[in-house]
Design a protein around this ligand. Structure first.
Ligand code: DP6
Length: 325
């Protein structure tokens, strides 16, 4: 009972920021992302009758701590769904995320784990069912089931049955690019989990964030269909700034930005003044992702690499959805 699956990471253009149910991972807003070609996880799940507990190795290193706990908790869901609660697995994951790229590997990680484990245990799920299950590993991973652009519908039901991602436009729809700008950082990390919890509970700006989501989603979907790069970039950049503004209003306040983060943001805005269309987005960390078009790749890369504090720039195209190997 063995299967291998590969899933790519995704970066949200309209952010998921806040949960209404922490256990089921149900969000307070719908979100929309671009799956990236450059970063992925390959996972093999082997369910074996003779095992008495799960085993998990990540990049050939056995894991026992918090990561292991999240993997087994997720496998419990898969076992329950299949009615095989006493069947344990040997799980091996390889993360193809360049070292210190500062890209969350949880999106590709849980999507690959969900795909491989359900296949190995003999479940046949639709993409929507797989996305709904994957969501319970890590919210953003629900979108990594699909290539190209995907939207995670927040849903309304308390049991989460209508909270899963749907495809918006496939990988081939549009050759838009994204650069991951890596910064050196020694800052203490506030996880996205902790950051969004504190913001939901304490930030007076949180309601404003929520109110702005429907128009952002509607606008960006139209712009994606029309391949209107300027519109996509403007909406994504503004959405990211609104998300980060909520954290400044939290108690105690916090920001994920470093001085170099702000330098990159200014440089991207300056590129636009020089006639290079480029826009940024930032997740729950200091690194910046820059959206641009293929014809500007050389210029964008050169400018980004010259910014003080930038340690690496990794370029990526739109990526595919989950595949089985
Ligand atoms: C800022 O999916 O990592 O990247 O559901 O708690 O595992 P959990 O959180 P996670 O949060 C991602 C937050 C974000 C925005 C986004 O990807 O939409």
């Amino acid at each position: 009972m063995k299967a291998t699956a590969k899933a790519h990471t995704n970066i949200a253009l309209i952010k998921y920021w806040g949960k209404r149910n922490e256990q089921l991972i149900l969000p307070t807003n719908s979100s929309l992302s671009l799956t990236l070609d450059g970063f992925y996880t390959t996972t093999t799940v082997d369910f074996q009758e003779n095992l008495t507990e799960d085993m998990f190795t990540l990049n050939d290193t056995p894991e026992t701590g918090e990561i292991f706990r999240r993997v087994t908790t997720f496998l419990d869901l898969v076992r329950r769904l299949a009615g095989k609660e006493q069947l344990y697995a040997n799980v091996k994951s390889m993360n193809q995320v360049p070292t210190a790229a500062g890209l969350a590997s949880s999106a590709s990680g849980f999507a690959a784990l969900a795909a491989a484990s359900t296949k190995a245990i003999g479940l046949e799920l639709t993409d929507a069912e797989l996305s709904r299950l994957t969501r319970q590993g890590s919210g953003s991973s629900s979108r990594s089931i699909y290539g190209g652009f995907a939207q995670w519908e927040m849903g309304k039901e308390e049991d989460g049955s209508d909270s899963y991602a749907i495809p918006i436009a496939p990988q081939e729809h549009w050759d838009i690019r994204m650069a991951a700008v890596v910064l050196s950082s020694k800052m203490k990390k506030i996880s996205s989990r902790e950051g969004m919890r504190r913001t939901v509970e304490t930030s007076p700006f949180y309601d404003g964030w929520l109110q702005s989501i429907p128009a952002d989603l509607d606008g960006i979907k139209k712009a994606i269909q029309a391949k209107d790069f300027t519109r996509v970039g403007e909406i994504a950049e503004a959405n990211c700034l609104k998300m980060h503004a909520t954290s400044l209003g939290a108690k105690p306040p916090f920001t994920y930005w470093l001085d170099a983060t702000v330098r990159v943001m200014h440089q991207v805005q300056e590129m636009r003044e020089q006639g290079i269309p480029a826009y940024f987005t930032i997740d729950a960390g200091p690194n910046v992702k820059v959206l641009y078009l293929p014809e500007h790749e050389k210029a964008v890369e050169k400018i980004l690499r010259e910014i003080p504090g930038v340690t690496d720039v990794i370029l990526s195209k739109p990526g595919p959805g989950v595949t089985y190997l």
